[in-house]
Design a protein around this ligand. Structure first.
Ligand SMILES: [Zn+2]
Length: 264
């Protein structure tokens, strides 16, 4: 099922591969608010996201070959997050996750029949065996560990050069969040933690996470990195931190900013 006209009052989160289409207006960038009739016939994977900030929101994809109107820029999502108004962050995450889920669930995993969907439900149904496929969220934990006035920062090989972050990892089946924290910290830097406190959470669409943030205190053990996941780690004081996470909107950055605010 498809939508044939693009409503003037709707917001469309349209992706070309992993890039979000954003309107160029002079030197600024904005979400598409107006009609892009030249793109309408090219839209696939159309889904209604719902009402956000009193505006009906939709997502869709165009093929890599689709020629974009001049007023549209295609930005990698992380870059788009830096220019989008913050109120659209969650909707853009949802849009990207729904498009990815749709791409990855075109066939039934049980009987391999092509699946079908309607625009208004996040459900792909197998017409042969009835299996219903829904977008999934993978919970992940992230923790800021303190040792007196220092915090533990670590570098993963895939970080941008010079950037350090916090210990993080996916929740495994059968674990509660506290167990995940203890396991990840032990695996990655070989230490024990105590006094775990919930900090906040954030959807994170790389690829389909819900990041759940905590603070904790160092409880013991000698810092030793697991070279598979971490290439450097150390204790850093507020006045001598290494490069911070590159995404200003990330939960790791919020945790670090919260720690820094204590010393201002
Ligand atoms: Zn099936």
């Amino acid at each position: 099922m498809s939508i044939t006209t693009i409503n003037e009052n709707s917001h469309w989160f349209i992706f070309q591969a992993d890039r979000l289409l954003i309107v160029k207006q002079n030197s600024s960038l904005k979400m598409p608010e107006k009609t892009f009739s030249s793109l309408t016939s090219s839209l696939v994977r159309q889904h209604k996201l719902g009402l956000f900030n009193n505006i009906e929101c939709y997502c869709a994809e165009v093929s890599k070959e689709t020629l974009l109107p001049q007023e549209l820029a295609a930005l990698p999502l992380r870059q788009a997050f830096e220019v989008l108004e913050r109120v659209w962050f969650g909707v853009a995450v949802k849009a990207f996750s729904v498009i990815n889920w749709d791409r990855n669930n075109q066939f039934c995993g049980r009987c391999s029949t092509p699946t079908q969907h309607t625009i208004s439900t996040f459900e792909r149904i197998c017409p042969a065996c009835g299996l219903a496929l829904y977008p999934r969220i993978s919970p992940s934990v992230i923790v800021l560990i303190r040792k007196q006035d220092q915090i533990l920062m670590a570098r993963s090989p895939h970080f941008t050069p010079g950037a350090y972050g916090l210990i993080a990892g996916f929740v495994e089946i059968g674990e509660n969040l506290e167990q995940t924290l203890h396991r990840e910290v032990k695996e990655e830097v070989n230490i024990e933690i105590k006094n775990i406190r919930y900090f906040g959470s954030q959807p994170w669409p790389f690829p389909d996470s819900l990041m759940i943030g905590f603070t904790a205190e160092y409880a013991g053990g000698e810092l030793r990195i697991d070279n598979n996941e971490i290439e450097a780690a150390g204790w850093y004081r507020y006045d001598n931190l290494p490069g911070l996470p590159s995404s200003s909107f990330s939960l790791s950055r919020k945790l670090i900013d919260h720690y820094l605010a204590e010393y201002k």
